[in-house]
Write a protein that binds this ligand. Structure first.
Ligand code: TYD
Length: 133
């Protein structure tokens, strides 16, 4: 549920550099990139799952915590490295908490934005995971 991708730092004496390439060091073809910044510890985000979307989240600056929940297991991870990404698979409820002031959370997604792909109700999410609806 929570595959961590470790990206190679291609940097040198001038600083660090990480390169992300579709279907090379990422498990899918990137169609969309978005990022969150100016978030605060008191305002968690996310609180949804996606029916189909695959994503990789990377804290390219600062840190936050992410909860991944497949309806059975809950896993908390700390995102605090531009060299590390967490895979958020489809049908994984996720929440982002405890953003540092300098946090920039970049997300790579395998499809365009589509509100119909969201499940924003936790009971609906767990019911669909149990095959109830
Ligand atoms: P939302 O996914 O609810 O943010 P979060 O999960 O971080 O709490 O998105 C916030 C708003 O931005 C919502 O109105 C949808 C819009 N949005 C887009 O238009 N395009 C996008 O790629 C994303 C991720 C969100």
């Amino acid at each position: 549920m929570a595959d961590i991708y470790q990206f190679k730092n291609l940097g040198d004496g001038r600083g660090s550099l990480v390169s992300l390439e579709s279907n090379k060091n990422l498990p899918f073809n990137i169609k969309r990139v978005y990022y969150m910044y100016g978030c605060t510890p008191t305002k968690p985000r996310g609180f949804h799952a996606h029916r189909e979307l695959q994503q990789i989240a990377i804290a390219i600056s600062g840190s936050c915590r992410i909860l991944l929940d497949d309806g059975i297991t809950k896993k908390w991870l700390q995102l605090n490295s531009p060299e590390q990404g967490v895979h958020i698979g489809n049908m994984v409820w996720h929440e982002m908490h405890d953003f540092s002031d300098d946090c920039i959370l970049m997300v790579l997604a395998d499809d365009f934005y589509d509100e119909a792909d969201y499940i924003r109700d936790y009971d609906q999410f767990t019911n669909s995971m149990r095959g109830v609806i």
